[in-house]
Structures are given as C-alpha cells and as structure tokens.
Design a protein around this ligand. Structure first.
Ligand code: HEC
Length: 118
C-alpha cells in the first residue's frame, strides 16, 4: 500500500473528476483535462477498446483508441460524444457526456494517437 500510494492518489484524483459531472464545469488545466479524458475512456470504453497508448482491445472488433486517426478525424468525434450518437458503433451502449468531458476526451485521444499512420 505504501509503495503504490502515489499511484492510488493520482487515480483517486481522476476518479473525483469523473464523479464531478455537475452543472458548473470545473476549471481544468490542460493536464487535468487529459487525465479526465483518460479516466472517462478507461471507465466507459475500456471494456471493449484498448484506451491507452499500448495494449490490445478486449473486444477484437473495437479499434484501439491510439489508432482512431487511421479511421476517423478525432476532432469530429466530439459531436457524437455530446449527443450520444457515434456512427459506426452498433454494439456500443449509449453515452452522453458533458461538454467539458467531451473536450477532455478529445484532448486525451489526440494525446495518444500513434504518430505515424500505418
Ligand atoms: C460494448 C463494447 C464497446 C464499448 C463500451 C465502446 N465501444 Fe467503441 N466500438 C466498439 C466496436 C465493436 C467498434 C467497431 C464497430 C465497427 O467497426 O462496426 C467500435 C468502434 C468505435 C469507433 C470507431 C468508429 C469508426 O468509424 O471507425 C469509435 C470512435 C469508438 N468506438 C469510440 C468509443 C468511445 C469513445 C467509447 C466510450 C465512450 C466506446 N467506443 C465504447 C465497441 C465498443
């Protein structure tokens, strides 16, 4: 417990941000936004997609998030995330995110896109 205390504290902060979906959007730094996007995608998308910079998707058909820019324009995902409609996503549960959460998710996704298109 002592050895991994720092990691747990970091996760706790991200979890607190995830829970903070109130009417007033929190003021988040760039780094906090990326951390929030990471936590939101891990929690909501991670059961099917690989959401990190490495790893294999739990659902073989679901593209790893770091490769999304090979299929789609990540910037244009925001609208779908805000309305709960993501095209090309028949098996996906319905999601609707707050605007600040959408911004955070897009920032996080952009931060992990593989640098080269292969
Ligand atoms: C229940 C499993 C599941 C969950 C949960 C899930 N997805 Fe997916 N997702 C899939 C599958 C399967 C595909 C591939 C669909 C296809 O190509 O027909 C996919 C495809 C996608 C695509 C690519 C669409 C395209 O046109 O290439 C995006 C973007 C995406 N998911 C985003 C998300 C986000 C963001 C979340 C979390 C908020 C999420 N998904 C949660 C299963 C899931």
């Amino acid at each position: 417990m002592i050895r991994i205390g720092g990691v747990l504290a970091g996760l706790g902060m991200a979890a607190a941000l995830v829970g903070a979906a109130e009417a007033t959007p929190p003021e988040l730094s760039e780094a906090d936004q990326v951390a929030l996007g990471q936590a939101l995608t891990a929690r909501n998308c991670g059961m099917c997609h690989a959401t990190g910079p490495t790893g294999v998707s739990a659902s073989p058909q679901a593209p790893p998030f770091r490769q999304l820019n090979q299929h789609i324009d990540v910037d244009r995902l925001g609208e779908g995330l805000a309305t709960g409609i993501l095209t090309g996503h028949p098996a996906m549960p319905e999601f609707r995110f707050e605007p600040y959460e959408v911004i955070s998710i897009i920032k996080y996704l952009k931060s992990i896109q593989a640098k080269t298109r292969t």
